[in-house]
Each structure stands twice: as C-alpha cells, then as structure tokens.
Design a protein around this ligand. Structure first.
Ligand SMILES: NC(=O)c1ccc[n+]([C@@H]2O[C@H](COP(=O)([O-])OP(=O)(O)OC[C@H]3O[C@@H](n4cnc5c(N)ncnc54)[C@H](O)[C@@H]3O)[C@@H](O)[C@H]2O)c1
Length: 339
C-alpha cells in the first residue's frame, strides 16, 4: 500500500519466519515493543492484550473479547477511555449483509474436532491427552488423528451443534476426513435445538462439539446432573467447546469453568468415581493448531477491508465498527464509574 510502512514484531513462536516478512518489505522490530510505537501507529494484533490498567492511546485492530460482558470487559474498555485510543474489534467487522468479513471459524472447528478425537483416543487407552503441538498442515493433522484412532475414526459417533456455521462446518469436515460414517456425524443447528435443552442425545455420542454463536440466554445443552444421572452406560466421553463461552453468564455447557490450554488440553468433569470419565476441551485459540493455513485464510478474507482502512472515516466496515466501539466504551465508562 503506497505511503504506508509496516513494522512486524519479531516472535519466536510464530509459524512465519521473520525473513518472510522482510521479503515483502516489512521492518522487523523487537517483540512486545508496540506500547512505544508512535501514537499515530495502528496496532494490529490478534488476541486480548495482557491484563493491565495502563491507558491505551493507540488505535488497535484485534479480537478484544470485551463486547459480550465477558469477565473484565469494562476494565479493558476503560483502558481505551483513559488513553483516548480506539478499538476496531475483528469479531465485529461485518460486510453489508451483516456477515463477518473474516473469521477463523473453519479451522477452529476442524482443529477442535481433531483435539476431541485425540482426547477420545487417549481416554480409550486410559490416558490423559498430553501436550498438543501445532501441526505443519491439515494432512499431517488428519493422518495423526487417524493413526491414533487405530487407522480410522470409523465407529466413532459425534454430534456437532452449530453445524451450519463456520466452526461447525470445519468440525464436520474433520470428522469426515478421519473416516466417521456420515450417519455417525449428527449435525444440529437452530432447528434441532429449538425445542430447548438439556438434550439427552448428547449423552449418546462419543464426542460432542459445541460450535454455536451465542448471542442470547438459552437453556443449557447439557448439565452435570444429567451426566451423572446417565450412570455407567453413558457413551459421551469428550466435550469440545469450540465456542468457549466459558465466562459468559449464559454458557450453555455449564459443566466446566476454565479454559484449557495446549499444555493441559483437557479438564475432567467431576462425574463420580463409579461413572466413565468425561473430559472437556475449552481451548480459545484452536486455529493455532493449524497456524499457517488458518492465518493465510483469515488474512485473505481480511485483506479487502484492510485495504479500505486508510479511508476509515468513510468506509462503512470501519465506521460501523467504530460506532459499536463507542457504544461499548460508553457502557464501560458507566460500569467503571468514569462517565
Ligand atoms: N475456540 C476457538 O479457538 C474459536 C475460534 C474461532 C471462533 N470461535 C467461536 O466459535 C463460535 C462460532 O463461530 P462461527 O464463526 O462458527 O459462527 P457462525 O455464526 O458462522 O456459526 C454459528 C452457528 O451456530 C448456530 N447457532 C446459534 N445459536 C444456536 C443454538 N442455540 N442452537 C443451535 N445452533 C445455533 C447458527 O445458526 C450458526 O449456524 C463463536 O463464539 C466464536 O467466537 C472459537
């Protein structure tokens, strides 16, 4: 983009080498040096900033996870209020028809389903799923999962809720690719959950993957009482909560309270010693299991909007996002007593 300069922080963890950025004209700078960038710089990052009360004077483009009353939402926005900065939240950049311009959904669902299948295979061997490492690519992921399931996922039964969405389609795709029979992949969306939970059908599959986009209070899909009540016959072994509304007061899967990590991918649900084990995967950065493909797809989808960013005072995708930010920040200012 003419007239724009791009600085990229050095990062040992990243799947892309520094040289790949240099090759396209970016300047490499020190890791975590963004707070000292000139005030006119726009900071593009992906996930939440580290917790702090420091004022934020810059313009940020990121997933801040603070618009849906998540834990700590108002203190994050208060940092922008105090610093005079602006947040353009990537989760709320929409096209003219209201669809998100870019989302990681497909690879999140794909990777979440893979992690669920890996947890099932460990559990069947009486073990706990160990440290997850990012895969080089999708083929490597599929091959590993199949191998650990003894050559194929045939015979495994899965239920995906939110199956028509991005994450849901990714989860279904993974299950197909590892060899589950089509009839063994139950695909639910709004029609199937309209009757209201909890749903006993969830107890009759090996892996339940939740991929819904939660935007209102709904009855729980599954409860601990229901799981314990199912006794030793329960088939359900692994729950993958791709949606990860862990701290949302309306989380429809109220059987766990923490987000799990690559180092500790599963958390056990206390279901009583007499009952079969049940573990939950609630990793909120699942696309990092397939970092290159997930990043390339997201970037391709975001690029047309980014190209409009220099005209953000008039370009609808950016003016809408700014308006939403201002509304949320005003609510946060009231909540934090800053108004
Ligand atoms: N864990 C992660 O790493 C990760 C990564 C990306 C996205 N996500 C999260 O996954 C969720 C889904 O994202 P998406 O991009 O797939 O959204 P999406 O809008 O593409 O799809 C959501 C689907 O859920 C369905 N749905 C909504 N409410 C439902 C209900 N009550 N019952 C049944 N179906 C319902 C919708 O009809 C839709 O088909 C979001 O909360 C997103 O933040 C998590």
């Amino acid at each position: 983009m003419p007239g724009l300069r791009f600085f990229v922080e050095h990062d040992e963890q990243r799947i892309f080498d520094d040289s790949e950025y240099e090759a396209v004209g970016c300047t490499l700078v020190e890791n975590n040096s963004w707070p000292t960038a000139p005030p006119t710089a726009t900071i593009i990052g992906l996930k939440e900033l580290q917790e702090s009360t420091d004022p934020l004077p810059h313009t940020h483009i990121q997933f801040a996870h603070c618009y849906k009353n998540q834990a700590g939402w108002s203190s994050v926005l208060a940092r922008f209020h105090r610093g005079g900065g602006t947040l353009y939240d990537l989760e709320f950049l929409n096209d003219a028809s209201g669809r998100r311009v870019a989302a990681f959904g497909f690879h999140a669902g794909f990777a979440g389903a893979a992690a669920g299948a890996l947890a099932l295979s460990s559990q069947q061997k009486g073990k706990k799923l160990g440290h997850l490492q990012p895969f080089e690519n999708e083929d490597a992921m599929v091959a590993t999962v199949k191998q650990l399931l003894g050559g194929s996922g045939k015979g495994v039964k899965a239920l995906v809720i939110g199956a028509l969405g991005r994450c849901g389609r990714g989860a279904v795709d993974l299950f197909r690719k590892i060899g589950l029979a089509e009839d063994d992949i139950l695909k639910w969306d709004l029609d199937e959950t309209a009757k209201g939970g909890p749903f006993s059908e969830i107890l009759d599959v090996d892996i339940f993957v939740n991929c819904i986009y939660l935007n209102s209070q709904i009855p729980s899909f599954i409860t601990r009482d229901q799981i314990i009540g199912a006794g030793p016959q329960r088939k359900l072994s692994v729950v993958v909560d791709v949606s990860c509304d862990t701290t949302n007061p309306f989380n429809p899967i109220p059987i766990y309270t923490i987000n799990t990590t690559f180092a500790e991918p599963t958390v056990a649900v206390d279901v009583g010693a007499q009952n079969p084990a049940l573990s939950v995967i609630s990793i909120d950065h699942l696309p990092t299991l397939l970092p290159r493909e997930a990043s390339e797809q997201f970037s391709m989808d975001l690029l047309p909007s980014l190209l409009e960013f220099p005209n953000r005072q008039t370009a609808r995708v950016w003016t809408d996002a700014k308006k939403l930010f201002e509304e949320k920040m005003a609510a946060a200012a009231v909540a934090e007593g800053l108004a």
